[in-house]
Design a protein around this ligand. Structure first.
Ligand code: UD1
Length: 421
């Protein structure tokens, strides 16, 4: 519901535990990869998010059978009725481009609406297109649609100019059913790429190297079905840890893979947060306030600091002692939260891709709007730390990537409500 808002009475330290569910950014490409096989795929820990719902609508639109039971989703793409992703579905979620590689390699044809720009800067797909061409696809861009056709794709060497997550995933899927060997160099190394490799290999494919910058795929003729559990969401986990820190509290995230959070944990420690990890949980505890500013925080491809945690982290730096410098190197314009944070009393200057944040003793509540998914999370966090009542609008952005954010924060002792209006 577009008109819902989140209302927060800030100033209360969080404390407690929260269990982290499956990662949106692993679930979306893996749902796309179910199109590689005619056999049923059972996927567990699929988060109940609006982006996932859009992906399921795309699969159904194409003619796949989709069954949802809680967070277990079964997809059977035995026979499809369409190979076109229409404009309205593409507009709802830009990452629907991720179905291209799988449809093309299995059926020899795919048509997708050209993805438009989005609120964090232009997000080109040139690397996807170039790689698919190198695998032997004919690609035409006309009337707002991209049409790709091929006989059987042929394995080849593909070097990515930038380690794009989506391009790496799309090309991995396309190469799975290609003839011969494909080697992708300068590949993205995100944990979600490893999860995709594990999923596709469990269908009978032969992929090695995900998690390093070179991925080698030996094409196979046909794949079978599987049962796969999605990895936990490191960005959601990171958001709760930062939420704990910004309120001077203590939060434990359970059911996580702590190594996936290392770049964040290093920065939290640098700020003076006490961090403890066990096999599958992380606790962040603040024993002394204020926390220290960070000289330099740069977003980078994994294992660097994730761009998806830049906005939440900036909210935390707003109340640290001293001046922090944050550089966004992954996306062009991902500082939309800055203006909203300023409304809450933050002192931030932006020069192109760099933000200079002078810590203030406290934020003050305001009415603010979520401009995108992670910006929305940042504003909720800022509201938890501010005095008085903060109202965050446009929270449909938040529902694209966080399951029950308000409920989970309430269980951690926050005074937070979702209201209709
Ligand atoms: C994925 C994540 C997103 C995250 C991002 C970076 C999903 C569904 N989304 O997005 O949450 O913020 O990784 O970690 O997994 N680029 C090109 N040409 C291309 C493709 C990308 O220039 O063909 C550029 C983009 O404009 C951007 C950068 O590469 O500046 C990173 O994009 P990419 O890694 O592809 O991100 P996504 O896969 O879209």
């Amino acid at each position: 519901m577009a008109m819902e808002r989140i209302v927060i009475a800030g100033g209360r330290p969080l404390s407690g535990k929260v269990r982290i569910g499956g990662a949106k950014n692993a679930a979306l490409p893996i749902l796309g990869a179910t199109l590689l096989t005619e056999a049923p795929c059972v996927l567990r820990e699929i988060p109940n998010l609006t982006d996932v719902a859009v992906m399921l609508s795309i699969l159904e639109h194409l003619g796949a059978k989709v069954e949802v039971k809680g967070d277990t989703v079964t997809v059977e793409a035995a026979t499809l009725t369409s190979l076109t992703v229409p404009e309205h579905l593409m507009r709802e979620m830009r990452s629907s481009i991720i179905v291209m590689g799988a449809l093309l390699t299995r059926f020899g044809k795919v048509k997708v609406s050209q993805p438009g720009g989005c609120d964090i800067g232009s997000r080109p797909i040139d690397l996807h297109i170039k790689g698919l061409r190198e695998l032997g696809a004919d690609i035409e861009e006309k009337h707002g649609y991209i049409t790709a056709t091929c006989k059987r794709l042929r394995g080849t060497s593909i070097h990515l100019d930038f380690p794009s997550v989506g391009a790496t995933q799309n090309l991995m899927m396309a190469a799975t059913l290609a003839e011969g060997t494909t080697v992708i160099t300068n590949a993205a190394k995100e944990p979600e790429i490893v999860d995709l490799q594990n999923f596709i290999n469990s269908l009978g494919a032969n992929i090695k190297g995900a998690g390093t910058d070179t991925i080698r795929i030996e094409g196979v003729e046909k794949l079978h079905g599987t049962d796969h559990t999605i990895i936990p969401d490191r960005i959601v986990a990171g958001t709760y840890l930062i939420a704990g820190a910004i309120t001077g509290g203590q939060v434990t995230v359970e059911n996580v893979i702590p190594e996936h959070l290392e770049s964040l944990l290093a920065k939290l420690r640098e700020m003076g947060v006490q961090v403890e990890t066990t096999g599958d949980s992380v606790t962040a505890r603040v024993t002394q306030q204020p926390l220290r500013a960070i000289d330099s925080l740069r977003t980078l491809p994994y294992p660097g600091f994730p761009t998806d945690l830049q906005a939440p982290m900036m909210a935390l730096l707003c109340v640290a002692n001293g001046t922090s410098i944050v550089t966004e190197t992954v996306f062009e314009s991902r500082f939309k939260h800055v203006n909203e944070l300023r409304r809450m009393g933050a002192d931030i200057k932006v020069n192109e891709r760099t933000a200079i944040i002078r810590g203030v003793p406290a934020l003050s509540s305001a009415n603010v709007a979520a401009t995108d998914l992670r910006a929305g999370a940042a504003l909720v966090l800022a509201g938890l730390a501010a005095d008085g009542i903060t109202v965050v609008s446009d929270i449909h952005h938040i529902d694209r990537g966080y399951v029950d954010l308000d409920e989970n924060l309430r269980a951690l002792n926050a005074r937070i409500e979702r209201i209709g209006c």
